[in-house]
Design a protein around this ligand. Sequence first.
Ligand code: ADP
Ligand code: MG
Length: 451
Amino acid sequence: LWSQVLERLQLELSRPTFETWIKTANAERLENNCLVIITPNPFARNWLQKYYINTIANVVQNILGYPVEIYITVAQGGEVTPIDKRETAEKFPNSSFVSESQTQKTQMNAELNSKYVFSRFVVGANNRMAHAASLAVAESPGKEFNPLFLCGGVGLGKTHLMQAIGHYRWEICPNSKIFYVSTEQFTNDLITAIRNDSMQSFREHYRAADVLLVDDIQFLEGKEYTQEEFFHTFNTLHEAGKQVVIASDRPPNQIPQLQERLSSRFSMGLIADIQSPDLETRMAILQKKAEYENICLPRDVIEYIATNYKSNIRELEGALIRALAYISIWGLPMTVENIAPVLETPSEKLAATPEVILATIAENFDVSIEDLKSNSRRREISWARQIAMYLMRQHTDLSLPRIGEEFGGKDHTTVMYSCEKITQLKESDRNLGNTLRQLSDRINMTSRSQK
Ligand code: ADP
Ligand code: MG
């Protein structure tokens, strides 16, 4: 996995960034949807944490197909600053950084992200019902909505709400057994139990829950044996009046190869869906986030970011963090103009055909499409060609070799070099950032009008 991650990051980040910060880091383990990355020293750790954690998370998510939380720690033997200690203690109660006295409380919270609490959740028209139901369940589990089935697209707050239920319960009732588990982990635990001949204790463990929170249940798809086992776990808990909360990226009846009996059980409580947030809600989310980070954001900046990131709150937050990093690296005032170049909007980049891209670039740089496909090394032609390659990489799903073909049969390394070069330049050259953005917009416009 890590070598795949490195490969992609290499394309995404500038060379100095990659060489200095990424190459020296290593992945330690992937567990509980949680990837631990080890850095050689605290400084590298802080840097990655501050500026690149989202990029890494996105890349990992793209590769694995599901979101993973990234934890960055310092290699054993490296010095650890107090901040590291605190954060690590929260996330890894069993790690050696934690003193004995701390373990009791943190152990229970181990799987929960401390930020995913109700007070940090912004309620809007898109999630009002899911929020209200979650709160009701947190207040009186096993009563009204059982199971509570939260569904909605990626990055819309399902995990956040689910874990908020967990935090809330713990607050009120520190002794209750709250289990938060991804479907992946449930499956892995099951496999381990089978292998170690410890099914008994596996069953006892899960069936002892007071509240069972199961995330990303869509991954049950096609896993017959896990479904079977989950069915029994579910029934045992449900009959005992214990609360089950399930999250999924789609409703039960749309999960392929899910046993009918499971699907009907999932539907017997409440199915609450979360939609994409409207502009106002997105702005409120950014505002809240900024408040927690003690940052003052001008209203037009908030509006600008919120306008450009519509369908995924994780991306919305990522955009804010990128903007903050950029502003602080270059020591610029926080204005719309200053952050525009870094806020590319990947989700908004419409798919375009190679023809549209070539035509747009040719027109803009006043060269011909033949020039772009030629081997000419004239400066303005090869510059336009590199930008075209970069944009083709961004706007299409074509592989590097296929893009090479679109340019009269260039080698894929040439394409890769161009993409890397433009990516790198754009980080330090704000004009280039603006140019690319405008070109992207124009490509989007043409593509849209062709549909
Ligand atoms: P999902 O599980 O649906 O893919 P998450 O719960 O992981 O999404 O949410 C993605 C990110 O967006 C998290 O950082 C979460 O805190 C944030 N988020 C989502 N919805 C809200 C909201 N309504 N208010 C504040 N933050 C939110
Ligand atoms: Mg989730």
